[in-house]
Ligand binder design. Structure first.
Ligand SMILES: *Cc1c(COP(=O)(O)O)cnc(C)c1O
Length: 380
């Protein structure tokens, strides 16, 4: 039996009755769009973050887009972010009509190099968009200082960071707005697409509600300013309400798997995730680094272990973003990482047996046995 980097089926088997009950609740509610379930989830997700407002939307990409638009980002504006991210981060900036401006990431934690942000600010800069990549928060204190100095909005991309904290403060509570994805693989995942934006600000929340609903407010048919159809679905909202109660358990499960990997692979040549002081990581993905990445991945595939790379192509090198004008070599750390990182299987219901199979196979492929002794490499 092969092991993949992510699998929702064991979790579905555990939670099946609850999920089906959620679906039935919605189907019998008499209101299939923007009803009780979306309202309930919004209240509960806001409460989880200790914030007054949450607006459910259709997916994480549009969550980022609306989070930007709601703070006034539009055509002609620049938004500073990273290229080492999921392409949707950058697509969202692009579809808000703004221009993404990239800074490099740091060599040790692969997150936004906040030291480079000041130099990237221009008179057109409107917002800073830190991505709490892989499940760990970007250093928020220096970003807040810069934002205050230059009058910029801070919009967090929290698509990978549900439940992550920095000095005890939850991801999503640092910014003017913060965007979440509930794509099934995420730390809090729906059974399909979903997203949300949280904000401490009442006016911003009203703007978000308008933006996701064609640009209409209370009176149906009257567009105030052109918006979108970006509503969170009732079914996913009701499922997410059930799953939100387990979010802390999901995170704990991920941390247990991560701790086992760290313990069992710490003496190998693999570079393991670095968790910064004050941060609590939620391990959306468990990203490791090795210069011989491609060989390792293909040999692990022979052991039935299918890995993934987050992400193999930096966004600024993609043909779809050639118009941004970034040359190869312009973000050296990001580019180097993309050739060396890969992700080990990570999800809360990954059982012990599978964890050990992953560990044993990785050690074998790296040429070290369980006791740390060198063993013959396969094919060597
Ligand atoms: C998944 C993800 C998104 C996009 O979310 P979707 O729900 O897939 O649209 C945006 N940013 C990051 C960092 C992501 O990981």
């Amino acid at each position: 039996m092969s092991i993949s980097v992510w699998d929702y089926l064991p979790e579905y088997e555990n939670e099946r009755e609850e999920i089906l009950e959620a679906v039935d609740t919605v189907f019998r509610s008499g209101q299939l769009v923007l009803g009780k379930s979306v309202r309930g989830f919004e209240r509960e997700f806001a409460d989880y973050h200790g914030l007054p407002h949450c607006v459910g939307v259709d997916n994480g990409t549009n969550a980022v887009k609306l989070a930007l638009e709601a703070v006034g980002v539009g055509p002609g504006d620049e938004v500073i972010t990273v290229s080492n991210t999921a392409a949707p981060t950058v697509l969202a900036i692009d579809s808000a009509g703004a221009t993404p401006v990239f800074v490099d990431v740091r060599r040790d934690d692969y997150l936004m190099n906040v030291d480079q942000v000041a130099a990237a600010i221009t008179p057109r800069t409107k917002a800073l968009l830190p991505v709490h990549l892989y499940g760990q928060c970007v250093d928020m204190t220096p970003l807040h200082t810069l934002a205050a100095e230059h009058g910029l909005a801070v919009v967090e991309d929290c698509a990978q960071a549900h439940g992550a904290t920095q000095r005890g403060q939850l991801a999503g509570t640092f910014g003017d707005t913060a965007a979440f994805s509930f794509y099934p693989t995420k730390v809090l995942g729906a059974y399909g697409d979903g997203g949300a934006v949280v904000t401490p600000n009442q006016k911003t929340a009203e703007e978000l509600r308008k933006l996701r609903y064609y640009g209409m407010r209370d009176v149906y048919y009257v567009v105030r300013t052109p918006g979108h159809n970006s509503r969170l679905d009732e079914v996913h909202a009701e499922i997410l309400r059930r799953k939100l109660r387990r979010l802390d358990d999901y995170v704990a499960g991920r941390r247990t798997v991560a701790a086992r990997y760290a313990e069992a692979l710490g003496d190998t040549e693999l570079e393991l995730p670095k968790v910064n002081d004050g941060n609590e990581h939620v391990y959306y993905v468990y990203v490791v680094r090795h210069p011989d990445r491609d060989r390792i991945i293909s040999e692990l595939a022979n052991h039935g272990i299918k890995l993934n790379i987050s992400y193999p192509w930096p966004v600024h090198t993609m043909t779809g973003f050639a118009h941004l004008g970034y040359e190869r070599g312009s973000l050296p750390v990001t580019e180097e990482l993309a050739d060396q990182i890969f992700s080990l299987p990570m999800y809360p219901s990954l059982d012990l047996d599978r964890q050990h199979r992953v560990i044993d196979a990785v050690r074998q492929v790296l040429g070290v046995d369980r006791a740390g002794m060198a063993v013959a490499r396969e094919g060597a």
